[in-house]
Design a protein around this ligand. Structure first.
Ligand SMILES: C[S@@+](CC[C@H](N)C(=O)[O-])C[C@H]1O[C@@H](n2cnc3c(N)ncnc32)[C@H](O)[C@@H]1O
Length: 402
């Protein structure tokens, strides 16, 4: 059978099986977001990132570096990688390849070859994605762009931030952080559903942190509008510290919701006290964020600031990529491990043992330790992972005690 025929089948049966389970286990209103087309796109992208990872692994000489077993530090040294930057992404690469059976993990975090790494071309997977749902392509473009510079990054020749955020790459992010990108939009839609369900009162005041290019805010406003509840928000303060993102986010929101009173824009750094940035203690009904809190330098500080900014009964709502199980590799990390803020936050032994995404248990611990109550996850990943081990989108909600 040709490779094209194989790929036409790739992920189809699995997507149908997983979708059937998800339709049963996801609570309303989430099931329509996770149809078979989305689930297959998610599986295709997983395969695409795996194939890019194999290509990077070969290019950095990983095959020779794992002929003998080694831990991540030993393997990085054998491949002459930059110890300061490469350990977290290399650890991810090793876990990803081990999870796929392309190499062997021996007695806990030591790795060795199982023969040559498979040679798999990513391009046909991308073509299959075009046939399945071309709206997901921005995620593919970001991953393949990053993959080209990955070996230079791992050798310490170029900073990850330069690869990701050079001005000529702005277009990539405009297309990626968008509700038109089928693979990204679910983060915003799950967040918007949780926002609507958990909105503590009418006429609320909201601050969104790390609002980026505005797709998270648009999804919230569209959802409230569809439910006839736009009036439930008296003030929506959209914040984003990167000026080019803030400008675009503001344009997107103002052109869609020109007449909405209470839309305001500004820059808030979640790593600094909120009060000195214009957010008065006890003044908010909701602190909202999509895929932002996992890059907080000090999660304890940011959650503490969010708690102080909320009125009693006010709610934290964060939509996040949630890691189902410790050490489970997640495809978005292939890209975001290039960012120092992503891979090296301040650690906490219980709920922040490393950088990147948190597990459901770590979110609960972190939010509870900050003083929040009534902690919820939508959906409950800890339950869903038993049946769908690679489901990793959820909103985390919690209240400031009254
Ligand atoms: C994954 S993006 C969120 C995208 C956004 N929800 C959207 O739809 O376009 C994370 C955002 O967090 C922002 N961010 C990074 N560091 C931050 C900080 N210290 N304080 C607040 N936001 C930050 C980034 O600039 C980025 O826009």
């Amino acid at each position: 059978m040709s490779q094209v025929e194989d790929l036409a089948r790739l992920g189809r049966a699995e997507a149908e099986a997983a979708t059937a389970v998800l339709q049963r286990v996801l609570p309303p209103p989430l099931p329509p977001l996770f149809d078979a087309s989305f689930v297959r796109s998610h599986l295709l992208y997983d395969e695409f990132v795996y194939r890019l990872t194999l290509a990077v692994a070969r290019e950095i000489g990983l095959e020779a570096a794992i002929e003998e077993p080694g831990d991540v530090g030993e393997i990085a040294a054998r491949a002459k990688l930059d110890a300061r930057r490469a350990l977290v992404p290399l650890d991810w690469i090793l876990r990803e390849l081990a999870a796929r059976g392309a190499l062997e993990e021996t007695n806990g975090a030591r790795y060795r070859a199982r023969g040559d790494l498979p040679a798999l071309d990513p391009a046909p997977v991308r073509e299959e994605q075009v046939r399945q749902d071309p709206s997901c392509l921005p995620s593919y473009v970001v991953a393949e762009t990053v993959a080209r510079d990955y070996p230079a990054f791992l050798r310490g020749e170029i900073a990850g931030e330069e690869i990701l955020f050079s001005p000529r790459r702005l277009r990539l992010w405009v297309d990626y952080f968008s509700n038109d990108n089928g693979l990204y939009a679910v983060n915003n839609r799950v967040g918007a559903a949780a926002f609507e369900q958990w909105l503590p009162r009418e006429e609320g005041r909201v601050v969104e942190l790390g609002g980026g290019l505005g797709s998270g805010a648009l999804a919230v406003l569209e959802r409230l509008e569809a439910a006839g509840r736009l009036g439930a928000i008296r003030e929506y303060w959209f914040t984003e510290p990167v000026p080019a993102f803030l400008r675009r986010g503001q344009q997107a929101l103002q052109s869609r919701y020109a007449a909405l009173p209470g839309l305001a824009f500004g820059s808030v750094d979640m790593n600094r006290p909120f009060a000195e940035q214009g957010i008065a203690p006890g003044s908010l009904s909701v602190v909202y964020a999509v895929n932002t809190l996992h890059v907080a330098h000090d999660l304890e500080l940011t959650l503490g600031e969010a708690l102080r900014a909320l009125e009693p009964g006010g709610r934290l709502v964060v939509s996040e990529c949630v890691r189902p199980r410790p050490r489970q590799p997640i495809y978005a990390e292939f890209v975001f491990n290039l960012m120092e803020t992503f891979r090296s936050p301040r650690l906490h032994p219980r709920y922040r043992p490393g950088g990147g995404f948190l597990t459901p248990e770590q979110w609960r611990d972190a939010v509870e330790a900050a003083g929040f109550a009534d902690i919820r996850l939508l959906p409950d990943i800890a339950r869903i992972r038993e049946q769908v081990p690679d489901f990793f989108v959820a909103a985390v909600g919690a209240s400031r005690p009254r």
